[in-house]
Design a protein around this ligand. Structure first.
Ligand code: CIR
Length: 253
């Protein structure tokens, strides 16, 4: 069960965030409203939510998931793969130091975005992507081993981050689409296959037996409900314009 989430308020400069989505610029006011609703949903799932101030120097910093991985036994400050995002880790480090667990760090030349890391109990899957390199994944593996965890890598082909394409919903259920349907390392899971037309919803978030699902993907929401979960549908259209999904907007632990 998770008890806490950390989120970071979007900044006005988010309109200049990195994007390959071709959906236009985000509407900042609408993004703020959607972010507030997201915080409410996290609270509805029983989490205490720590809200960090916005920072105009980092347009993508609301996607806080990429800057840090918090495990039950340690926290790991990443080294984001996009140069414009690298120093997002500075503010988050200050916050993470206040937690009750040791803090580790991924160092250059290793790069790692924690959007590429998916926790399944004591095992962590790491996506090798344009943002996360082999050196970053190998440093992560060493750190995780030190705390009694294991990890393995999955090479990404078409998606930005590992969790763009898969989400672990606990109870052996894995939401997945496209390239992830046939990865040998994922065969042991009960795969809930997301229709290609709804691929954005492959990034949904399990929190304490509820699942946050992006709004507008009815087939996926229905499939998750049929698998036995209560769903909370959330409009995150303005974050989608920057290739961000529901998971990227928080650290949950
Ligand atoms: C980026 O390209 O880094 C941001 N515009 C979106 C990051 C989304 N994060 C995630 O999928 N974990």
């Amino acid at each position: 069960m998770f008890t806490t989430a950390i989120v970071k308020t979007p900044c006005g400069n988010m309109i200049n965030g990195i994007s390959n989505a071709d959906l236009g610029k985000p509407d900042f006011d609408l993004a703020l409203t959607q972010h507030k609703n997201y915080i409410q949903a996290l609270k509805q799932c029983g989490l205490k939510v720590i809200v960090l101030d916005s920072d105009e120097n980092f347009p993508d910093s609301t996607f806080i998931e990429d800057a840090c991985l918090v495990t039950p036994r340690c926290a790991i400050i990443t080294n984001p793969g996009a140069a414009s995002r690298r120093d997002e880790t500075i503010q988050i480090s200050e916050e993470i130091k206040k937690l009750d667990r040791p803090v580790e760090k991924i160092q250059s030349p290793g790069t790692l975005d924690a959007g590429d890391v998916m926790m399944v109990g004591n095992h962590y899957f790491t996506g090798l992507s344009k943002r996360t390199n082999i050196e970053g994944a190998s440093q992560l593996d060493k750190i995780l081993k030190k705390y009694g965890y294991t990890s393995s890598t999955i090479k990404l082909e078409n998606v930005l981050h590992l969790k763009t394409g898969i989400s672990y919903l606990e109870n052996n259920n894995l939401l997945a689409f496209g390239e992830f349907l046939t990865k040998p390392g994922l065969k042991k899971f009960n795969i809930l296959e997301v229709d290609l037309k709804e691929s954005y919803a492959a990034n949904s978030v399990w929190i304490n037996d509820k699942v946050l699902v992006p709004k507008g993907f009815p087939k996926t929401a229905e499939m998750i409900k049929r698998a036995g979960y209560q769903t909370i549908e959330m409009d995150v259209s303005e974050f989608r314009k920057l290739d961000g999904g529901l998971s990227c907007l928080s650290l949950r632990f």
